[in-house]
Design a protein around this ligand. Structure first.
Ligand code: PGA
Length: 235
């Protein structure tokens, strides 16, 4: 099971370091059989820990160059960053990233051998149009993406479930992941209002190999509570 924390534009350099120290202590003591990833803001990047992979939320598909406001491979290399989030709905919708540009990023970072957490997800009006519309919408978000890339992890995050407190239902997640599983052999994460109170039912869904968590990951104790729910301590 994969637990990924997406801080978005939360936490500072100092609070990220304190978070990682705390989470590392928790993971060391518990020895969970989980793969744990944390995506802090770019200003708070630092090398991965023994138990925690630190990844970047976004990067530009170039080594370096005249791309004002962006960071590229040489900036990531300074921290040994080897994992990148690509295609998050906030970048697609708020920052206007097109499928073409997202596919260009994917191709670039895949070519460089990075681990890619690739996000897809439909807006509410598509979900309300029925499952066929959802499937069609999601597969379009894979245009130009190599589904066989060996370091690919896919995160299904319905836009209407992100940050709303309303996660998709177990049935919706099961059907959507089954659809993705038809063509994707790599790990499938679910994201969108995952929290300590719903992790157990979401984590138990067939073809859910992990979760991508925003708000409920910001406090290490809350992130830990989700791990406990998936692996109750043996007594
Ligand atoms: P959320 O965000 O857990 O706050 O809904 C998830 C995400 O966008 O990755």
């Amino acid at each position: 099971m994969i637990f990924a924390a997406n801080f978005k534009m939360n936490h500072t350099r100092a609070s990220t370091a304190a978070y990682l120290d705390r989470l590392e202590a928790i993971l060391k003591a518990a020895e969970y059989p989980f793969k744990v990833m944390v995506f802090p803001p770019a200003t708070a990047l630092q090398p991965s820990r023994e138990w925690i992979t630190v990844g970047v939320q976004n990067a530009y598909p170039a080594e370096s160059g005249a791309y004002t406001g962006e960071i590229g491979l040489s900036q990531l290399a300074e921290f040994g960053i080897d994992t990148v989030l690509v295609g998050h709905s906030e970048r697609r919708n708020l920052l206007g990233e097109s499928q073409e540009f997202i596919a260009e990023k994917f191709g670039y970072f895949a070519d460089k051998g990075l681990q890619i957490v690739y996000c897809v997800g439909e807006p509410l009006e598509v979900r309300e149009s029925g499952f066929e519309a959802v499937a069609e919408y999601l597969w379009e978000q894979f245009d130009g993406i190599d589904l066989d890339y060996e370091r690919l992890i896919v995160a299904y995050e319905p836009v209407w479930a992100i940050g709303t407190g309303r996660a998709a239902s177990v049935e919706e997640i099961a059907a959507t992941h089954a659809e993705l599983r038809r063509r994707i052999g790599r790990p499938l994460l679910y994201g969108g209002s995952v929290k300590p109170s719903n992790i157990a039912e979401i984590g138990a869904v067939t073809d859910v190999d992990g979760v991508l968590v925003g708000s409920a990951s910001l406090d290490p104790e809350s992130f830990h509570a989700m791990m406990i729910a998936m692996a109750p301590p043996q007594v």
